[in-house]
Design a protein around this ligand. Structure first.
Ligand SMILES: Nc1nc2c(ncn2[C@@H]2O[C@H](COP(=O)(O)OP(=O)(O)OP(=O)(O)O)[C@@H](O)[C@H]2O)c(=O)[nH]1
Ligand SMILES: [Mg+2]
Length: 302
């Protein structure tokens, strides 16, 4: 796969902020598109494609209602089509509960899917105390799940809790998203010990049901620590036990052995359905030294 075939898409304020960070992290590995009504979301990244939801005269919040944002996204379809032309995979990042992301996210997912791309979305759900936002988010989520191949739900509540523990601002939970996107992009882009490709990804996303992703990092000689770090993810609660499909990418330093790859892989897949389809990829990355990073995509969850 080539960089131009992978598109990171940020929709709405939070989605754009995360997309910019994820794009920076994975270097030239992917393209990025920023979609929002708010100018401040669309600046700060010169090489990004930009789809502005609204007219150039009203500078902020002009798409505060999801239906309006959706309608504007539909109006941008011809422009979106040119950006999506060669794209095989869209990683869509969005925070649900506001207007722009909630309304335009699922519509962009629909357009991307129609143009032939695999659409993998990561949707952050609002804090539980934000009742109105939660209600708006629930509707948006349903439509996103319908249009994207896989929708991973992220809990802002858990993201915030973890950020507090680490003493950082909650938006900084972006780190987790960066690792996830970076891991996926690398998985699809680079040669590894064992290669994964888009067909493997398609096989996994074709499973019906819920889906989630886990990212774990730890020392190569401590597979349990790696698994534990993956379980700390700020994801919405989801029991991964019955997952029918699993794509697992293991990345380690120059000294990583096939034995270590196997140990980590079997630990991550131990909890899955006996009939689960497991697709394994591994690669060596010089900057990882003695640590191993694991990115897994689980699908077909009841
Ligand atoms: N508590 C808190 N929650 C936030 C903040 N920013 C975003 N969120 C949450 O993230 C969700 C999405 O926010 P945004 O991405 O800014 O929304 P948007 O899609 O740009 O929507 P509009 O600005 O209304 O058009 C919201 O529903 C909130 O739950 C913040 O500063 N504080
Ligand atoms: Mg906004």
């Amino acid at each position: 796969m080539e960089a131009s075939q992978i598109l990171i898409a940020g929709v709405g304020g939070l989605g754009c902020a995360w997309a910019k960070k994820a794009y920076e992290k994975c270097g030239k590995g992917a393209d990025v598109v920023l979609i929002d009504a708010d100018d401040s979301s669309l600046s700060g990244c010169e090489s990004a494609h930009v789809l502005r939801l609204g007219h150039t005269l009203d500078s902020v919040g002009c798409a505060a209602l999801p239906p309006l944002a959706e309608q504007r996204m539909r109006g941008l379809a011809p422009l979106a089509r040119t950006i999506l032309e060669d794209v095989e995979l869209v990683v869509l990042l969005v925070g649900l509960g506001g207007g722009s992301g909630t309304g335009a996210g699922h519509e962009f997912a629909r357009q991307a899917r129609q143009s032939g791309a695999v659409v993998l979305s990561v949707a952050a759900l609002p804090f539980e105390v934000q009742e109105t936002r939660s209600k708006i988010a629930a509707e948006g989520l349903e439509r996103l799940q319908h249009n994207a191949h896989i929708t991973v739900q992220l809990s802002l509540e858990r993201l915030a809790r973890q950020a507090r523990e680490k003493g950082t601002a909650w938006q900084m939970g972006a780190e987790w998203i960066e690792d996830l996107v970076d891991g996926l992009v690398r998985t699809l882009l680079r040669m590894g010990l064992i290669n994964l490709d888009l067909m493997d990804l398609r096989a996994i996303v074709d499973n019906e049901g819920g889906a989630t992703m886990l990212v774990g990092v730890g020392r190569a000689d401590d597979p349990e620590g790696i698994l534990n770090s993956a379980m700390m993810a700020p994801l919405a609660e989801l029991d991964v036990g019955g997952a029918k499909g699993c794509l697992i990418q293991i990345e380690g330093g120059l000294g990583m052995t096939i034995g270590q790859v196997e140990t980590v892989a079997s630990m991550f897949t131990a909890a899955l359905d006996v009939d689960a389809q497991v697709i394994l990829g591994a690669r060596v990355s010089e900057d990882l030294h003695d640590s191993i990073r694991v990115v897994t995509l689980l699908s077909g969850i009841e």
